[in-house]
Design a protein. Structure first.
Length: 742
């Protein structure tokens, strides 16, 4: 044991009790440390700084790693001086980490005033490079010139420093949150607008932190105001509730659920909802309350579907015997023999302007799409195929192709990019489009596979860009989890029922693979009877929960492997343990942000949609190159690595293990599933995880946990209401879209 007294920043709170807490943190040098504090009146939040005193001891975590732990009874908050200003300084010419640190240490929160005062340039130069006066003077001059240029040419840019300083003084020390706030409030009057709307960041930050900062702002602006029932606090709490629900994927909730979440924030639910109703901020779907922004998106999606269905067809689709002959001829051309329900599905889908093809694993959805595509082209149309994930698009392209008719399929991100470029070209013909871009027309049938992964914002973007007359088919599996993002459009479309063709017969037999058979049992609510794994390369088996780490290392050496878990803490622990285990001393690494430090060979996953960069939430890849200038990643379904955009670096995590939501749309030769004893692991969750495997699936579980999971169902609540399909005219469809919403 040794004495410890250092400044640390909180990374993750593991436990919070009345008389103490446990959290992981980073020391000033960047090394991790675990803090076990015994005492009152301390509630740490991520990003908080503390001076911790105590004894430093070794601690072995659940994965066998030895980490430093501080046993502490004395801990006090500290102001992380410059924690927001330092990243800003590093963007200035010739200012790196060391020089930025020296400026922050010397001037702290007075830095903005110092850099605006030319009489102090020599003082700044001495701080920058005390041993190199000539170089220091040149660098200082460049810094002052840049600050002056910002102040003169763009007052908004200059205001950023003042805004960050103001946030630091309020207690915000987390750079990513500060950047979000600046993007939200950017402007010369940002501080003043923040003071007028003190709870604006309740939709961005954890409520405890947002409330703490909001109360400070209210006191700053209105010293005599009552804070508990202040209107800004009431609406801020409701915004925080929507943030929590949206983070779970819900876009609506029962009033009792909203009221409970408001009460958990120590806010009067009656007062908050009454105020929101008075200001016209509540949206409803029957008895449900809807998150305002999400409600607008959902209603725009429904309006777009109704407009597609109301539009005149680009050409006539035959009926009766002529339709049956069209399907049969297409079936013969692709060399397939369809079952009765498959033939019926093709016929139904040819007629419907917007449709869903629904079916479980192994029922032949790709075969139906192959025949449907040829039949549509026979009528004079064109077909574009896509899927959210790169691997899913590649699998679709292979499955829907024939030797005579090879087909390409694209990620939804790439399709959106093509559509945006097409629209810009139509508005201005001088704008060039790549020759590889697909041309969408009024006769296009767009087929989106794995459509259950498509969230509401992505769907809205896609629908807003399609040309008039184009038609849509969404193919997927109702039994899988809803998307990573908000909503569950495909599930809602299938549940409504009037636009759905369903396949039920499993065509892949156990002799081909046990995976569809086991998956079907789970999907139907039947706990599968599985044998213990003894090293087989094909099938579905059980492994002891305690063997999870050893098993995944054994598999990773021989197979393409996907490790799936439910809890984010489990995913983080596996990623931390594996990255440490696999890296030799001196391995070049690059810290991408608070969520990941990567090296060549590391699997990674995207955590946010960036369609302009061809990235989407859940996209998997492998790091191919790391240096100070860039990180190269080979993404699933792509043939060449590409540079990770700097603005997306903070939205990438390690993927030695990932959550099941992020695994949707991907597949792997081998899948290892951590079946944890938690309500997060449901029948839908387990079914989705099992169907990611192509050859081998292993379930790491304790006795009875698999059966418990199969007995539970995933619940996601939305406000999306799709009317049953009927004949409506274009005027009615145009009037359906809501007006006056943001």
């Amino acid at each position: 044991m040794e004495n410890f007294e250092e400044l640390v920043v909180v990374e993750r709170v593991l436990s919070q009790l009345e008389r103490g807490c446990i959290f992981t943190a980073r020391r000033e040098g960047g090394d991790p440390v675990r803090v076990k504090f015994s005492g009152r009146d301390t509630q740490p939040l991520e990003g908080d700084w503390f001076i911790v005193k105590g004894l430093l001891t070794p601690f072995r975590d659940r994965f066998g790693r030895m980490v430093d732990q501080v046993e502490s009874k004395r801990m006090k908050r500290a102001i992380g001086k410059g924690s927001l200003l330092k990243p800003w300084l590093e963007r200035l010419p010739n200012i790196g980490d060391a020089r930025a640190a020296r400026l922050v240490e010397a001037f702290g929160h007075d830095l903005q005033a110092v850099l605006s005062d030319l009489s102090r340039v020599s003082e700044v130069a001495m701080v920058l490079e005390p041993s190199k006066p000539v170089l220091a003077t040149k660098i200082a001059a460049q810094v002052y010139a840049r600050v002056a240029a910002q102040a003169g040419a763009d007052a908004v840019k200059a205001a950023e420093v003042g805004f960050l300083t103001y946030l630091e003084q309020l207690g915000i020390r987390e750079s990513r949150a500060a950047s979000q706030l600046w993007r939200l409030m950017a402007g010369a009057d940002a501080v003043e607008r923040l003071r007028r709307n003190p709870y604006v960041f309740a939709a961005l930050l954890d409520w405890k932190l947002a409330d703490r900062l909001g109360q400070r702002l209210v006191r700053d602006a209105e010293p005599t105001a009552s804070i508990a029932g202040h209107p800004a606090r009431l609406l801020g709490a409701l915004g925080s509730v929507w943030r929590e629900l949206l983070a779970e994927g819900d876009t609506a909730a029962a009033p009792a659920r909203v009221e409970a979440l408001l009460k958990a924030r120590n806010v009067s639910a009656e007062a908050a909802l009454s105020l929101a109703d008075e200001k016209g901020l509540l949206r409803r779907a029957g008895e449900l309350l809807r998150a305002p922004g999400a409600a607008w998106l959902e209603d725009q999606v429904v309006a777009a579907i109704l407009r597609i269905e109301a539009g005149p067809p680009s050409f006539a689709v035959p009926t009766g015997d002529a339709l049956a002959k069209l399907v049969y001829d297409a079936e013969c051309c692709v060399g397939m023999h369809l079952t009765g329900e498959q033939s019926q599905a093709v016929a139904e889908l040819l007629i419907l302007p917007v449709a869903a093809l629904q079916g479980g694993a192994g029922v032949g959805k790709t075969t139906v799409m192959k025949v449907l595509a040829l039949a549509w082209e026979t009528l004079g149309g064109d077909v574009v195929m896509g899927a959210l994930a790169g691997k899913a698009a590649l699998t679709l392209a292979r499955g829907a192709s024939t030797q005579e008719r090879p087909r390409l399929a694209y990620t939804v991100a790439r399709l959106i990019g093509m559509l945006e470029r097409q629209r810009l070209h139509e508005e201005d013909s001088s704008r060039k489009r790549p020759a590889s871009d697909v041309q969408f027309t009024s006769k296009t049938l767009l087929i989106v596979d794995e459509a259950g992964m498509l969230d509401t914002p992505g769907l809205h973007k896609l629908l807003s860009l399609l040309p008039a007359g184009a038609r849509l088919l969404f193919a997927g599996d109702y039994g899988q989890l809803p998307p990573v993002g908000i909503g569950k459009f495909f599930h809602d479309l299938v549940a409504e029922g009037s636009r759905v063709a369903t396949l039920t017969k499993v065509l892949r037999q156990a002799s081909d693979s046990a995976i569809p058979v086991v998956a079907a049992q789970v999907r139907n609510g039947v706990p599968p009877a599985l044998s213990a794994w003894k090293g087989e390369a094909i099938g579905v088996f059980l492994v002891p929960e305690a063997d999870l780490v050893a098993t995944q290392r054994q598999l990773r050496a021989r197979h393409e492997l996907l490790v799936v878990a439910a809890k984010k803490t489990t995913v983080a622990a596996i990623n931390g343990a594996e990255s440490t285990f696999r890296r030799a001393p001196g391995t070049p690494v690059r810290r991408l942000g608070p969520l990941a430090t990567v090296a060549v060979g590391d699997p990674v996953v995207v955590t946010a949609n960036r369609y302009q960069h061809g990235l989407f939430n859940g996209l998997l890849g492998v790091v191919q190159g790391v240096d100070d200038a860039e990180v190269l990643v080979l993404w699933d379904g792509e043939s060449l690595p590409r540079s990770l955009p700097a603005e997306a670096e903070g939205e990438v995590e390690l993927a030695f293990a990932i959550t099941c939501h992020k695994a949707q749309g991907s597949s792997s030769e081998a899948v290892l599933i951590a079946v944890e004893d938690t309500p997060l692991v449901t029948r839908d969750w387990l079914y989705t995880a099992i169907t990611r495997g192509k050859e081998l699936v292993l379930l790491a579980a304790a006795d009875g946990v698999v059966a418990g999971a199969v007995s539970r169902r995933t619940q996601r609540i939305t406000g999306l209401r799709i009317p049953a399909r009927r004949r409506i005219d274009a005027e009615e469809a145009a009037q359906w879209a809501p007006r006056g919403w943001p």
